[in-house]
Design a protein around this ligand. Structure first.
Ligand SMILES: NC(=O)c1ccc[n+]([C@@H]2O[C@H](COP(=O)([O-])OP(=O)(O)OC[C@H]3O[C@@H](n4cnc5c(N)ncnc54)[C@H](OP(=O)(O)O)[C@@H]3O)[C@@H](O)[C@H]2O)c1
Length: 251
């Protein structure tokens, strides 16, 4: 039985219809949080909520496209209505990536990556962090990536969005820390989520071998780190980019 150390808290997890976000939503619920599951794919969102409820957890689904200030404000409004007026934990996890050479990068893909990975989350924080600050307590965790810290040809734009997210993490930690709000990021290595498995095929294991631990992470291993950063066990940690990459950025 997991410790109910998040009982009474509400957690909004963007991009929790699948992958790392889904695993995080399920674990937060096991820790006792009321989880707001978010994403565009309603059927998957409903499925995550049903699984959490079947395990005696508390969850609701809010369908949302996250791409700009207006969509972030709308999501914040609906999440606050659903939660009863308070979000204690915000996980900025929704993300998208289109890889390819710089010269072949379409402007629409540049915008999609910057809007989803960065702009939507920026304005979601703008809506929710001041409310946390007014209460003197709150936690934000951003899902970054190891390729926000080193160069991989073909991943320039995706990496740039996450490098910017890393700096936003530190900036928000500095801005909201004095009011009791902690802001951190996890920086995953290659993780076995459906999209990555489909895209990489047999190449996935090879990518896993590039890390000292030598394997591809399960989404639950990333979720473990995210949940840790939401609990009071990490009470003195803020402004940190926590590498959860099997040691890939150590070499
Ligand atoms: N898997 C990896 O190897 C890896 C490594 C490092 C970092 N990451 C990061 O981890 C996070 C989760 O990725 P994942 O691997 O778990 O992939 P995933 O299963 O594809 O999850 C992405 C999530 O983001 C949501 N999303 C995407 N675009 C959206 C939009 N415009 N509006 C609202 N929601 C949107 C998706 O929901 P809907 O499609 O339902 O909208 C989905 O729930 C991402 O930020 C990714 O960059 C992944």
């Amino acid at each position: 039985m997991t410790e109910q150390d998040l009982a009474g808290r509400t957690a909004l997890v963007t991009g929790s219809t699948s992958g790392i976000g889904e695993a995080t939503a399920k674990q937060l619920a096991k820790h006792g949080a009321h989880v707001i599951v978010v994403g565009r794919r309603q059927e998957l969102g409903d499925g995550v909520v049903a699984a959490i409820r079947a395990a005696d957890g508390k969850a609701d689904y809010v369908r949302a496209e996250l791409s700009d200030a207006a969509s972030a404000r709308e999501l914040a409004k609906r999440a606050l209505e659903t939660s009863g007026g308070q979000i204690d934990i915000l996980i900025n996890n929704a993300g998208t990536a289109v890889f390819g050479p710089t010269a072949e990068t379409l402007e629409e893909n540049w915008e999609m990556m910057f809007n989803t990975n960065l702009k939507g989350h920026f304005f979601l924080v703008a809506e929710l962090a001041p409310k946390m600050a007014a209460r003197g307590k709150g936690v934000i965790v951003n899902t970054s990536t190891m390729v926000g810290q080193f160069a991989v040809p073909g991943m320039a734009v995706y990496g740039a969005t996450k490098a910017a997210l890393n700096l936003l993490t530190k900036s928000w930690a500095a801005e909201f820390g004095p009011a009791g709000v902690r802001v951190n990021a996890v920086s995953p290595g290659t993780t076995s989520t459906r999209k990555v498995v489909d895209a990489m095929g047999d190449g996935l294991d090879e990518l896993g071998k590039q890390a000292p631990l030598g394997y591809v992470a399960d989404a639950s291993e990333i979720a473990d780190a995210i949940v840790y950063l939401t609990t009071d066990k990490s009470s003195y940690i803020t402004g940190t980019i926590l590498n959860v990459d099997g040691g890939r950025t150590a070499i």
